[in-house]
Design a protein around this ligand. Structure first.
Ligand SMILES: [Zn+2]
Length: 251
């Protein structure tokens, strides 16, 4: 397990996945997502009324996973199709070599905007800026307070699949946070469907589980880690990251 102080600026959604200290051999860089129309649709009166038609949050894990599948499998597929159509991923697969971290850093800079745009378009949310920073100490984090994804440059020394998996994983967390913010219908932006509200409420209800899993700072027992990965948002992020990375890089 990592042995790092809990970082005051990081949120309860930050992740504890990375074991080693990160060297400072890479410059920090930051990628701003393009602003698209995806986040600007406005609600009609009819939508607002619809948003209040109740659907209870799922009561069981099976019901949660079923709803997850109904709501997001098509979006996940859309991301895969979009990325499979980009020649840059074929090039990246050929060029990426875990022993050539400098080259991989350049490849990563090229890939990230494609992934961010595909996620943003499919999931209709406001994707955060992405920073590569050795300060993270984790493979990746999503900081809900500052709406920012941080990826560790140490990913450049890992297989391409792990890099893509981590990026998509953190994008899913950013999307989840957006959905939970939209539970407040006073907010401008898209109005959630009853099913979306139900799943966002399920996530929100689980926030205490995150806090309790992270209470020990950055050292998790295997049991805590297992519970952590069973939290609804984690399950969603893990399965989506794995699915997209596998599909995009296998073809
Ligand atoms: Zn996660």
């Amino acid at each position: 397990m990592a042995r790092r102080e809990r970082q005051p600026g990081s949120s309860w959604l930050s992740e504890l996945l990375f074991e080693h200290k990160v060297g400072g051999q890479f410059d920090k860089f930051r990628i701003e997502p393009e602003r698209s129309a995806a986040t600007t649709s406005s609600a009609t009166r009819g939508d607002l009324v619809g948003a209040f038609v109740g659907q209870e949050p799922p009561k069981t894990l099976a019901a949660y996973r079923q709803l997850l599948s109904e709501l997001f499998d098509a979006k996940r597929d859309l991301v895969v199709r979009h990325l499979q159509a980009q020649p840059v991923f074929k090039v990246a697969r050929a060029e990426w070599n875990p022993r050539q971290t400098g080259t991989n850093a350049n490849i990563a800079r090229e890939l990230v905007p494609y992934v961010v745009n595909a996620m943003q378009a499919a999931y209709e949310f406001s994707a955060p800026p992405i920073e590569f920073s050795p300060a993270a100490g984790f493979l990746g984090t999503y900081d809900i307070k500052h709406h920012k994804i941080t990826l560790t440059p140490q990913l450049f020394g890992k297989p391409l699949k792990e890099f893509l998996d981590t990026l998509v994983h953190e994008e899913v967390h950013a999307f989840q946070a957006d959905m939970m913010l939209m539970l407040n219908v006073q907010r401008k932006g898209r109005v959630l469907s009853p099913a979306e509200r139900a799943i966002a409420q399920y996530w929100k209800n689980e926030e205490p589980k995150y806090r309790s899993a992270l209470a020990a700072g950055s050292s998790m027992s295997p049991e805590t880690r297992r519970r952590y990965q069973m939290i609804g948002q984690e399950y969603h992020a893990w399965t989506t990251g794995h699915f997209v990375a596998t599909k995009v890089l296998e073809g």
